[in-house]
Design a protein around this ligand. Sequence first.
Ligand code: NAD
Length: 250
Amino acid sequence: TAPELDHARRLVDGASRIVALTGAGISTESGIPDFRGPQGVWTKNPAAEKLSHIDDYVASREVRELSWQARLDHPGWWAHPNSAHLALVELERQGRLEAILTQNIDGLHQKAGSGEHRVVELHGTMADTLCLSCDDRRDMQETLDRVRAGESDPECEICGGILKSATVSFGQMLDPVVIERAQAAAVSCDLMLALGSSLTVHPAAGLVEIAAGAGAPVIIANASETPYDDLATVVVRDPLGEVLPSLVSR
Ligand code: NAD
């Protein structure tokens, strides 16, 4: 894929308003498994995908208990950003990165040093909890302390409602303010990087189409095929931890 990498490098070199759309694949090299890759959580355990709908979470105490236990053990709490996250920080330092639109909930872009105002968390964050009834937002660690102390299905301390991590499950709406910000960034970029995403979850995946429709070239860097490969200017399949640093060094 040397010619593809060269082409991608030239595109990055010539761009000044870059927008990156990132997915779980940018964090696998930090030890957080993706969903649909070869080592993905759902590839290995297809039943888990069925339990990720908001209706199951609301209906079933058992699903909530399992979710809190899984949250306690989430590798994201101990993960460090990898060279792909750091390459995006470097692109921002060069003044050429407008925004990171991330489907990830792990906070690794911010941990790496990307500007808080540049990171748009399309699917929320695992760092907070939200009450599904009164919208009370708390630090996740507060709730996890309660789980550790024996509350298997902690309730909202204000209204008694169901608590959930501040992440977007299937069946939940994306925050309209967040999706608007993301669309505005996609429509005005001069290069879209789609990084480590299977591009199968909407509306996030549609951001690639918005950028391409507005005339921006698109680089898709992803280990496996995506539905948008035909629309991309260049497709790169190598691991992101190698690809991205080589794309941003001037
Ligand atoms: P996905 O699992 O559907 O796709 C990830 C893609 O990344 C796969 O196609 C895989 O082949 C590719 N990939 C994996 N490691 C790679 C690497 N090192 N280099 C290049 N490509 C690599 O994930 P998605 O597209 O982000 O969408 C699904 C949902 O997963 C999102 O809603 C997101 O919220 C959620 N998710 C987030 C995290 C996280 O926060 N780290 C982890 C798992 C899932």
